[in-house]
Design a protein around this ligand. Structure first.
Ligand code: HEM
Length: 167
């Protein structure tokens, strides 16, 4: 029987990063480890640290909504591109704990144990806002490209008309 997978955006994780409500993202899967924190052999502090927020830097004046993301966190690139401010923006986001989890060198049994806390996966689809932004920017650019030849032809017609009238 097919099972339904819950998908979560990276921003969702940033709302669950306390001792009473703790989600982590490992290998593209989302885990609610709230009940496991006290039992974790590595302590609750390392897990809580892996949910910590970070600042991402988005430079929002690049064409087509593409942003330079200086945080180097691949999964949040191009988000918030609907905000069209021509300066660098700062956001708090959820964090990917995969690297910290792998660095700890977890055993096979630890990996099996964690599966019971899995509540879903990271949403693989791009944010709706990005799609809007791409189409909006494309429309703007297309309009501009049409405007140049149309203006040129218009001016040529007027000049030609005036020239012929003078003759
Ligand atoms: C549901 C998620 C997790 C489960 C079930 C889990 C389970 C375990 C288990 C069973 C151990 C004992 C050693 C072993 O069997 O590998 C362990 C150790 C450890 N874990 Fe986790 N872990 C989880 C998430 C994390 C995360 C996200 C981090 C880091 C951010 C982390 C950091 C560590 C560290 C540093 C140790 C080593 C403790 C030591 O040897 O002193 N764990 N974990």
């Amino acid at each position: 029987m097919p099972t339904l997978t819950n998908f979560y955006a990276i921003q969702d994780l940033s709302h669950h990063k306390t001792k009473d409500d703790c989600w982590i993202l490992v290998g593209g899967k989302v885990y609610d480890v709230t009940q496991y924190l006290d039992d974790h052999p590595g302590g609750d502090d390392v897990i809580l640290a892996a949910t910590g927020t970070f600042l991402s830097f988005l430079y929002s004046s690049l064409p087509f909504g593409l942003h330079a993301n200086l945080s180097m966190e691949k999964f949040i690139q191009c988000q918030y591109s609907n905000l069209n401010a021509p300066f660098i923006l700062y956001f708090n986001e959820g964090k990917d704990a995969t690297e910290d989890f792998e660095d700890a060198g977890h055993s096979k049994s630890a990996r099996e144990l964690m599966e019971q806390y899995c509540i879903g996966e990271l949403d693989p689809s791009p944010p709706v806002s990005t799609k809007h932004s791409y189409s909006e920017k494309f429309m703007q650019l297309t309009k501009q490209y049409w405007a140049v030849p149309v203006t040129f032809v218009g001016i040529s017609v007027v000049v030609g008309f005036l020239y012929l009238r003078k003759k």
